[in-house]
Design a protein around this ligand. Structure first.
Ligand code: AHR
Length: 492
């Protein structure tokens, strides 16, 4: 067994871990919304205003803090006015499967859902094919509390009070599906659209510009030269983990060998490097860090499951995804001085979802259990640590054996650790610089690396209590089994 040594000062905290780091993303894509979360009021499946009750319950259980909608690429083709009121106009979803949607899930349904979930709505506005007027009137419809044409239309559609809106994205992937723009051209468009994007009940609404794809540092450089903190609250970053790195053959969700597993881990850990490098560029133009970073699309992207619509991006989710989720959430926690929100792609039935459905059956994926395990990190303070840990030489790469983060809330410390090794356990010495560790409780998600939860009620990957630790004087000695994610709550 290998050994790792974690040292920390329980009183030295570095940054606030915004609960929005644990955010989600729901696009009009495949069965994320229609036939997924939203089954319609007349469905046999128990629902509230068309949204499955079991989904609402499951998302509340992981404390969903924010939900992004309606896309993704779909956002830059979405015309909100077709999706409100009694006579809704259908829309052709050109990006995802070429299906026609009847627009029964629109603005009212989305905001009502967020209220039910108790989460912040995060809108992605249409800059690519919409007009400035369209975006402005959408905000008037949502946020105007007085007498105005759009507010009155909202009232006629059954909603008296305006909804709360804290986050507005202006366009999505405008370097690609959102208009294939050059960075400077997008920056100019952004400035124009944001000028007219008025929130009538919350003037402090954060306006969010479309940031780079993965390691496109040029985009960040150009954007930061042209955007100013008084009109930009944050820029976004999108980075997906493809096991093979090849968009034509990304790799399967369920079948992968050891090398492909380690490739996946190595690729997912690249997230840390790109956040750091984009951060350096951002600091050059905004040394006071007024403009924040939001990773509003992340997760594993595999080849779709056989027999499913290639445009629907449906994939299963194994113990490997649990390790990927743990690694990324640890990275976001450790970089919470920079990253204020992250949104896993996507919440249900698309890419690395937390929930999968088939008819009335609902599966909580391995990724779901990691989000549940990490709940105590929400709105906690990141604690300063140093770790001496082994490295793995695998698939021609050097990979840290452990990923971890430590936070503090209400005098309680919370440590999450993932062991990325497929075959070696790791003993971790958890050592406070002063004081004595007490009141320890632990949980674990651990299973065979290919294991997944299915629709027949087999749930090998779930959260369980864990007793693989002992106290030794003032320290804690814990065993982190190979390919597992463990958490420890304690006091010092
Ligand atoms: O999440 C799926 C797609 O990935 C989104 O629509 C787009 O923004 C990204 O390319």
């Amino acid at each position: 067994m290998k050994t790792a040594y974690l040292k920390f000062d329980p009183n030295k905290t570095l940054s606030h871990i915004n609960k929005e780091i644990y955010g989600h993303f729901s696009e009009h894509l495949g069965r994320c919304i229609y036939g997924g979360m939203f089954v319609g009021k007349d469905s046999q499946i128990p629902n509230t205003n068309g949204v499955r009750n079991d989904v609402i319950e499951a998302l509340k259980e992981i404390g969903i803090p924010v939900l992004r909608w309606p896309g993704g690429c779909f956002a830059d083709e979405y015309h909100w006015h077709d999706g409100v009121g009694k006579d809704r106009k259908p829309i052709l979803n050109t990006n995802w499967g070429g299906v026609v949607e009847d627009n029964t899930f629109g603005t009212n349904e989305f905001f009502d859902l967020c209220e039910k979930l108790g989460c912040e709505p995060y809108l992605a506005g249409n800059l690519g094919s919409g007009t400035v007027r369209e975006l402005a009137s959408w905000l008037e419809y949502i946020t105007h509390g007085g007498n105005s044409p759009m507010a009155n239309e909202r009232r006629a559609n059954g909603r008296e009070k305006p909804w709360a809106l804290k986050y507005l994205g202006i366009g999505n992937e405008n370097w690609g599906c959102g208009g294939n723009m050059r960075a400077q051209a997008y920056a100019d468009q952004y400035r124009k659209y944001e000028t007219f994007a008025k929130n009538y009940s919350n003037p402090g609404m954060m306006k969010i510009a479309c940031g780079p794809n993965a390691d496109d540092y040029f985009w960040t450089e150009e954007l930061m030269q042209n955007l100013k903190p008084w009109h930009t609250g944050a820029i976004t970053l999108h980075y997906y983990t493809l096991p093979t790195g090849n968009w034509q053959k990304k790799g399967a969700a369920l079948t992968f060998d050891d090398d492909e597993y380690y490739e996946t881990i190595s690729k997912t850990l690249y997230m840390d490097e790109i956040i750091a490098k984009h951060g350096l560029i951002m600091d050059k133009y905004d040394p006071e860090r007024k403009i924040k970073l939001i990773v509003d699309e992340w997760g594993c992207w595999y080849d779709v499951e056989k027999g499913t619509n290639p445009g629907f991006l449906y994939q299963q989710n194994t113990m490997r995804d649990a390790i990927v989720a743990a690694a990324n959430l640890n990275i976001f926690n450790n970089r919470s001085d920079r990253v204020i929100m992250a949104n896993l792609a996507q919440v249900m039935n698309v890419l690395q979802s937390v929930l999968l459905s088939e008819g009335n059956r609902l599966v909580k994926t391995p990724t779901y259990h990691i989000f549940k395990m990490y709940l105590p990190h929400h709105d906690a303070e990141l604690v300063k640590t140093s770790l001496a840990a082994p490295e793995l030489e695998k698939a021609g790469k050097t990979i840290p054996m452990l990923t971890y983060s430590l936070s503090k809330k209400n005098e309680e410390l919370f440590l999450t650790v993932s062991n990325c090794s497929l075959d070696e356990d790791c003993e971790m010495l958890i050592d406070p610089e002063y004081g004595v560790i007490s009141g320890v409780s632990a949980q674990i998600v651990s299973s065979e690396i290919h294991a997944y939860n299915d629709f027949n009620g087999n749930t090998p990957v779930k959260l369980s209590d864990y007793n693989g630790f002992e106290k030794c004087k003032n320290k804690l000695i814990a065993t982190i089994p190979a390919h597992s994610v463990a958490s420890f709550k304690f006091k010092v």
